[in-house]
Design a protein around this ligand. Structure first.
Ligand code: RIB
Length: 296
């Protein structure tokens, strides 16, 4: 079984601020750093650091060499990353004094996927392989159709949630990994229990992983349901916490681990990411996660 992630690669421009800037306000930042990120890249790095072979797909611009270097450093397969004219995607991120963030995206090369490119990449994968997607690249409806035709298991992190997702046939998704805000956007409901029940009605064959911030995470499928509390830490930067959880969760599934063990490992990995600055650099390796779990 192979894991393919067709997703975004962003340069994250991260500004520490006292509070998230308000409309009409000008605010001086406390510090500024650049990190590699993008939901696609973050999730691939999490999979790779968890020990699973993952192929990152997607587009970078002429400035995108750092993404290829990071793939080499962390063991992410870069065979299907293509360079196009123009800029890579980037994100402007503000982090306030309580470690909350807000993110402004520039799609850049992430929005330049073509159907010919998707066909070429998918030709290397088949039945039983896992395809991981988020909503920061174009052509999601096409990618889902084609991957489903091939019998791939499709895992969707519907983030950021926007109107483009309405064109995706969600009944073809095998695994949803989403937070409660996205759960609300999918179902119209706000109570986590009701979101889970509604999603199971809407997608009876899918596995659902609903993360609830400080309230933990819930897994549900047609037969089983499990709850995982968080491992509390002092939050430094929550960027990529969800991506770390997603990557570790899929890594555990790909390895055939039991769901409660996968949830525990994912929650611990995510808590470590929250305690560090940046997206890609904050994601821990498996050894560190397992050592921290052994101490917990
Ligand atoms: O999920 C966090 C990521 O969202 C950041 O790395 C940023 O690039 C945006 O894609």
């Amino acid at each position: 079984m192979k894991v393919l992630n067709i997703g975004s690669m962003n340069l994250d421009l991260v500004y520490r601020v006292d509070h998230i800037v308000q409309p009409g306000e000008t605010e001086a930042s406390v510090s500024m750093n650049t990190f590699l990120g993008g939901k696609g890249m973050n999730q691939s790095v999490a999979l790779a650091k968890a020990g699973v072979e993952v192929y990152q797909g997607g587009m970078i611009g002429e400035d995108g060499q750092p993404f290829l270097d990071a793939c080499a450093e962390y063991g992410v397969r870069a065979d299907f990353i293509r360079k196009v004219e123009g800029k890579s995607g980037h994100a402007v991120i503000q982090i306030d004094s309580s470690a909350q963030n807000c993110i402004l995206l520039y799609g850049g090369a992430n929005q330049m996927l073509t159907e010919a490119y998707v066909d070429e990449v998918l030709s290397h994968f088949g039945s039983g392989d896992i395809l991981l997607l988020q909503n920061e690249v174009n052509l999601l409806p096409y990618i889902v159709e084609k991957a489903y035709e091939k019998g791939m298991q499709i895992a969707l992190n519907p983030s950021p949630f926007n109107e483009k997702l309405s064109a995706v046939d969600m009944t073809k998704i095998s695994i949803f990994l989403l937070n409660e805000v996205e759960g609300n956007q999918v179902t119209g409901l706000t109570v986590p229990e009701e979101i889970i029940v509604k999603m199971q009605e809407m997608f009876p064959h899918a596995r659902i992983v609903l993360t609830l911030g400080k309230d933990g995470a819930v897994y549900a499928d047609g037969e089983e349901r499990f709850f995982q509390p968080i491992f509390p830490v002092k939050a430094v930067d929550t960027t990529a916490a969800g991506d770390t959880f997603t990557g570790y969760f899929l890594a555990g599934l790909a390895e055939g681990m039991a769901i409660p063990e996968i949830l525990k490992m994912s929650a611990k990995a995510s808590s470590i990411a929250v305690s560090r600055a940046g997206a890609v650099p904050s994601i821990p390796y498996r050894d560190e996660v397992m050592a921290a779990l052994a101490q917990a």
